[in-house]
Structure formats: C-alpha cells, structure tokens
Design a protein around this ligand. Sequence first.
Ligand code: 5RP
Length: 219
Amino acid sequence: MSAQDEHKKAVAEAALEYVEDDMVIGVGTGSTVNHFIDGLARMKTRIDGAVSSSEATSQRLEAAGIRVLDLNSAGPLPLYVDGADECDAHRRLIKGGGGALTREKIVAAASERFVCIVDEAKCVPVLGDFGVPVEVVPMARSLVGRALVGLGGMPEWREGVTTDNGGLIIDLRGLRITDPPALEREINQIAGVISCGLFAARPADVVLVAGPGGVRKLG
Ligand code: 5RP
C-alpha cells in the first residue's frame, strides 16, 4: 500500500469515531470512502443503514452487507462522511473527481454533520488547481462551456463519462478561486448546469486530515 493510501485508510478509520448506534449514515464516493465502508462493515449490526451518493458506493455498501436506503424515506441524516479533491482552511471543498458531485451535494445538504476525510495532499491555500467539476444536461454542454469561458476559466469536457444521473462532466480549469461561494453561485445559475463541485455554501463541518504525523482535525 502506498503512503497516500495508508493515509486514506488512517483518516477513514478516524471517521468511524463519529458513527453512533442506530444511525443512518450518508456515505460519499471514492477511494478514501471505500476504506470508510470497509470499517463500517465491521460495525454494520450497530447502524440502521446508509444513504449512498453513487451507484458505485451503493454496490460496495451492499456487498459489505450494509442496508442502502433511499434519501426520500431516510429523511434528514445525522452524519455524512465523504472525501474531497481539494480542501482549504475554511473547510470549503472541491469535489467530483469521481463524477458523483450532484448526489454528494444532495446528501451533504440533507445531513446535520458533514465529516470530510482527506490526506494531506488535498489541503491547499487557495482552491482551483484541481479544476471545478461541473455536471451538465447533455444538450447544454456547449452553452455551459461558453458561459464558463465567460467566467474566466478553461472548460474541458470529460469525454466518455456519463454520470449516474445521465449528465456530462465539464472540468473548469485555470482558476484561482478567491471567493468560492460567489463562484459556486455563478456556476449554479448557468442554464443547463445540474450542480458544481464547489462545496462552499455548505462546507464540511469537520475535516479530518491524515499525514505522516497522524490524523489532525480542522473545525
Ligand atoms: C467523488 C469525490 C471524491 O470524494 C473525491 O474525488 C476524492 O476521491 P478519493 O478519495 O478517491 O481521492 O468527490 O466525486
């Protein structure tokens, strides 16, 4: 296992501390969260189930014997655990490297506490280098691309990728994001945008960061 993967595993194990008996837990998507699911599997008899943010996560939860619930029947969730692609000191995030940003944003919005789990490499002073994933309705791809150029960025279509919602992904590159809530609002207002991977209006409540010195907490 690489050092980065060791860190992903360590931070996922640390997030298990936030799980309480009888909870229905919101579960994100990605390699860090996969370690969290492995840990959750060990305590599956203590929880009521999970609400998933992607088909991939649903499959992994079900394979681990964890009941997957529909958000509409589960109602507000006490806890959401997910990874991120970038995180700043205010716990604002870029997410969507795995293309699951829309469902991730929905589950985050439905949760009282969002615990984000990252390795040190994801922590940045200013968001932007990763690019901002934007999910779009297919017929609006070019329209949204032109609008994103108008915001000063360089849109790059993630060709060949269709999301769980039937959307396409455009990665908005080349921006140094000094006002993440403002950019999130601007992108969301473009006709044809389903959602964007900036999590600034609703940042994480807690970020756990794993590095060579162990796991530290922001928030
Ligand atoms: C998926 C995401 C992931 O949380 C993000 O890409 C981080 O992934 P990983 O844990 O594999 O580094 O937003 O849409």
